[in-house]
Design a protein around this ligand. Structure first.
Ligand SMILES: [Zn+2]
Length: 1006
């Protein structure tokens, strides 16, 4: 999944985990007389009921009323022959179960034979359990099952689903749906219960049979804690038995952005259009159909959707057939998935969409949008086609499905979601207009690259559990940057470098976590979708690739891994082992040994360089930003340290490698050089301190000639010295001394990094009303003045220009604001037909939003804009207003969700927080509306992380620290335990300490 860019949330999931209380009443089946038992396969008495045709005994009435007391729907009885339920009407419960007859007995005998043969097949069939290593030997011994009822978060592994047959009847007029799910499964260990997931579904009927042809029996369903339901048996199901569970249910389409949710948009004629779409990752497939909703429970899926004839449907697989139904509806049936897949990758959509399509290596690639945006899909189709070819070659495994759809959904919270064969996108992430800038196109290409990489990394080979989410997201993030330069889709720009810097900043905090870390609650699953899984994951893969011997070693290891575990589930060690196998064959290094130090512990090292003559000593310690100076860790990393010197510093051949595994190490003697630069091109995930002399030498070198280092190395020096200042290792004076060279800087990444760091400090000062604008304008003024306001083709120059001009106009630089105002006027006068270059739109809308007359004009433009990327820039502009009444209005509008979609609220809040006028309003707003916020965005989700971070990261006083601490601790189970709360508190303490130390220098220098 691609989280929404610009700190936007990944997805929005209704927080319903607390809705289900653990049961206090035991609802196991009532004890039965032996003669009530239908049959006893393999001498295990299956607790089933066979009653006379029209009987209903007291036991059953008791069951029913008990269940009603518990607020559960459950099925009482069923017959072996179920009538077909009609769409949109709940089927009345059949009157009874059938009594076991002679036929039943014959079936029982047959069943025993089948079970015995199946057991043998299962035993000898490789991969017949969900472990990657083939059949479990433990089949022979039953693991001890935890006591029941339980409140376990994980499902037991005694049952494995094999296939799902889903029939769905979505009613878009009434915003609800009914469904029927048939799950075929196999018993892996003897068990008396089947536990699976179901959330917010009213199950009206449940039938169960052992063997494909067994007799249907009525079942009771228990609702458990953690969105689980259970079927209890008084006697064990035996390992090797096959069984079929059929569940009929109804539910409302979700009003948030997860599960099977409804969504609407206004078309170009002003008509409201409705649609229904799915977003299941991580925990929401259970809201659309009862299922074993954990990534390791892979199965096949056959999906049927009933619809009105004027809608269309899409799912993971191509449509097999469309059949008219009696009630004026038609049924679309999709082919059964040709691969086993995890539940979170299932997807289906009902609505009105139009495709553009193309055949690529015998796969039909289509891009769908709402009809009026069809002309915005060409670029995505082209990019997806090139990337699909690229990945087919790169992984040496062809995309395994027959078709690949990419669809832009008008109302979608995440950036995109990699559902196998049906990738869903926010419109901004997929659609580009003819006049879109190269930068906007690059964003679209990179999101497609990310989601396509998932079709292999994530979909074909899936992490066993969410603790290793980084295997999906770190890899897809890495490929999203690495793949773009290859098929010439577009240039890579400087995004990946900046992304790695931000990952270091987050991972430096004590509240960070190991890449692979324990996950034991829904909140913890949500919290895994963070910069550690995505950006740090990608960064350590880059570091590994850069340190391996041959240039194809990394790729060979990846191919080996994908082939070995195709269709299976893995953990982090499996990846390292595959890479080690390849690398060991060339007598090089043990990848497992090196990489485990990066995935099993949080944080990263600070490498300090000291030189005595030609002897260089490197020492490592945990780079831990903490306000508590006494905190130490003894963590050590296996660091592939790279370095260049003034003898040779630019070409890849200049790079030397030294592996630092211990606390300190001496490199082989280095010929006398003026300076050393470590972490060549910043491919390593560490920060370097050169000591006073080392920094002075680098500073002098840059002052003489900026081109002695690559631009990545220059940017990394800037990033590292700001980080060291925050750590308290260098004074801020040293930072400013290094920055003296910046007026000679020509490249984008050093300038944007310096601006970003200075802006962060400026934001802190601004919130304390310490104005000092001159430094930035003085040092960057000449670069700012050089920028033109015409169309610009180079992505890198666009990045540079938009960063410089947004800062200049944000600091009220007259020259900048005049130009921006003129462009806005021209735009409005032309009735929004004249063109503002894509990379300048944001600065133009920001400036316009500061004027009392232009703000309503911009709001009006926002209301009518159809192109999503432009629309969001308008919204950011609107939220950047410094007018208190407008700020309050826009926050409320975002929460209400009419004029401004609720999906945009995190963006609104983070923009409002940047300004002096809004940051306190936003903080009050969050406190007042906390409960409504966590209804929209689950506790721990990326949206909530964004909201907390943007509201609190600019506080630097004790009073604010007390307030933030007080508020979050009052929340208790409504969010007090979130990692992002710890991060917020730490950040405020660090800000406070930094300000105390540096405010005087700043007042003097800035
Ligand atoms: Zn992803």
């Amino acid at each position: 999944m691609e989280r929404e860019r610009a700190n936007l949330p990944r997805n929005m999931i209704e927080n319903s985990m607390f809705e289900e209380e653990p049961d206090v009443v035991d609802l196991t089946f009532p004890a039965l007389d032996p003669d009530e038992v239908a049959y006893e396969p393999r001498s295990s008495r299956l607790l089933v009921r066979g009653l006379g045709e029209n009987d209903m005994d007291e036991d059953e009435e008791d069951c029913e009323s008990s269940a009603r007391l518990l607020g559960m729907s459950f099925m009482n009885r069923s017959s072996a022959h179920r009538s077909n339920s009609s769409p949109y009407t709940r089927q009345a419960p059949p009157r009874s179960c059938s009594r076991p007859s002679a036929r039943t007995m014959v079936v029982c005998v047959l069943f025993l034979v089948i079970v015995a043969s199946m057991t043998m097949v299962l035993y000898f069939l490789p991969g017949c359990t969900f472990t990657k290593t083939g059949c479990r030997k433990e089949n022979k011994t039953t693991p001890i099952e935890p006591p029941f009822p339980w409140s376990q978060f994980r499902l037991p592994h005694s049952i494995r689903p094999l296939s799902y047959d889903l029939t769905l009847n979505p009613d878009l007029d009434n915003m609800n749906f009914t469904g029927s799910t048939v799950i075929k499964m196999v018993v892996l260990h003897n068990t008396k219960r089947i536990v699976l997931h179901s959330a917010n579904l009213n199950i009206s009927k449940a039938t169960f049979k052992v063997g494909w042809e067994g007799v249907c029996v009525c079942l009771q369903i228990r609702s458990l804690f953690q969105q689980q339901i259970a079927l209890n048996f008084s006697e064990e199901l035996k390992a090797g038995q096959y069984c079929v569970l059929t569940l009929d249910y109804s539910a409302n389409l979700s009003h948030t952005y997860d599960g099977f949710y409804n969504s609407s948009y206004t078309d170009k004629d002003g008509n409201k259009r409705v649609l229904a779409a799915t977003q299941f990752e991580p925990l929401s497939a259970r809201k659309a159909f009862p299922c074993f909703d954990e990534p390791a429970f892979k199965a096949t899926f056959l999906i049927k959707i009933n619809r009105k004839p004027d809608y269309m449907t899409l799912s993971n697989m191509p449509k097999a057939k469309t059949t008219p139904l009696n009630n004026g509806l038609v049924q679309d049936e999709f082919e059964m998935t040709s691969v086993n897949m995890s539940t979170y990758l299932v997807a289906f959509i009902v609505g009105n969409f139009t495709p553009v399509s193309k055949n690529v290596s015998e796969i039909l690639v289509s891009v769908y949008s709402v009809p009026e945006k069809k002309e915005h899909t060409d670029y995505a189709l082209d990019a997806a086609s090139k990337l699909l070819d690229f990945y087919n070659d790169f992984f040496e495994i062809n995309f395994p499905l027959k078709k690949l759809d990419l669809i832009a959904i008008p109302d979608f919270l995440a950036g995109a979601m990699e559902n196998w064969g049906l990738i869903t996108f926010r419109e901004t992430s997929l659609l580009v207009g003819k006049q879109s800038s190269p930068l906007e196109k690059q964003v679209v290409a990179s999101v497609i690259a990310h989601e396509l990489a998932h079709q292999w990394f994530g979909n074909l080979v899936t992490m066993s559990w969410w603790n290793d989410l980084w295997l999906n997201e770190g890899f897809a993030t890495y490929m999203q940057y690495m793949s773009l330069s290859k098929p010439c889709v577009c240039s890579q720009g400087n995004l990946f470098l900046a992304v790695r810097f931000r990952a270091l900043d987050k991972d430096a905090l004590n509240s960070s976590h190991a890449v692979s870390t324990a996950v034991n609650s829904p909140e913890q699953v949500e919290e895994m979708f963070d910069s550690v899984s995505y950006e740090k994951g990608a960064s350590i893969l880059l570091m590994l690739n850069a340190s391996l011997s041959g240039d194809q070693q990394f790729r060979k290891g990846i191919i080996q891994y994908l082939k070995q575990f195709s269709g299976l589930n893995t953990d982090t060690n499996d990846l390292w082992n595959s890479l080690t196998q390849i690398e060991v064959s060339t007598q090089h290094q043990n990848v497992s040994e090196m990489m485990s130090s990066w995935t099993s512990q949080k944080g990263f090292p600070l490498v300090t360089v000291s030189r005595k003559g030609d002897q260089v000593t490197l020492t490592q310690e945990h780079f831990l930003l903490t306000s508590d100076n006494a905190t130490h860790t003894s963590s050590l990393w296996n660091i592939p340290v790279t370095y260049v010197s003034d003898n040779c510093s630019l070409a890849p051949e200049c790079r030397q490698l030294f592996t630092l595994k211990t606390k300190s190490g001496k490199t082989q003697s280095i010929n006398l050089v003026k300076w050393l630069k470590l972490n060549y091109r910043n491919t390593g995930f560490y920060i370097v301190h050169y000591g006073d002399d080392g920094w002075a030498a680098l500073r002098d070198a840059l002052a003489n000639d900026v081109s002695v280092l690559t631009h990545e190395d220059r940017a990394s020096l800037i990033h590292n010295i700001f980080a060291l200042s925050r750590l308290g290792r260098v004074s801020f004076r040293h930072v400013l001394n290094l920055l003296n060279y910046i007026s000679n800087e020509t490249e984008t990444s050093p300038v944007t990094e310096a601006l970003l760091q200075l802006n962060k400090i400026y934001q802190l000062l601004d919130k304390r009303q310490e104005y000092s604008l001159t430094y930035i304008l003085h040092h960057f003024g000449s670069l700012m003045d050089k920028q033109t306001w015409e169309e610009q083709e180079s992505v890198s120059k666009q990045e540079l220009r938009s960063a410089l001009l947004e800062t200049a106009c944000g600091l009220d630089d007259e020259n900048c604001t005049q130009q921006a105002k003129a462009l806005f006027k021209q735009y409005v006068d032309s009735n929004a037909t004249s063109r503002i270059p894509g990379d300048l739109q944001q600065v133009v809308f920001n400036v316009a939003a500061q004027s009392a007359e232009d703000w309503p004009t911009l709001l009006n433009l926002y209301g009518h804009a159809t192109y999503d990327a432009e629309k969001r820039k308008m919204l950011r502009g609107l939220a950047s207003t410094q007018d208190a009444r407008k700020i309050v209005w826009i926050l409320k509008a975002g929460l209400k969700g009419n004029l401004i979609q609720t999906q945009e609220l995190p963006l609104v809040i983070s923009t409002v927080c940047k300004g002096f006028a809004g940051y306190l309003f936003a903080w009050d707003f969050i406190q007042e509306n906390w409960d409504r916020l966590i209804e929209k965005f689950p506790v721990g989700s990326f949206a909530i992380q964004t909201i907390i971070n943007s509201a609190t990261s600019q506080f630097s006083t004790q009073a604010h620290l007390d307030q933030v601490q007080g508020f979050f601790s009052s929340l208790k189970e409504r969010g007090s335990q979130m990692r992002s709360v710890q991060e917020a508190l730490e950040t405020i303490r660090l800000n406070k300490r930094w300000m105390e130390k540096n405010l005087r220098t700043l007042q003097k220098w800035l």
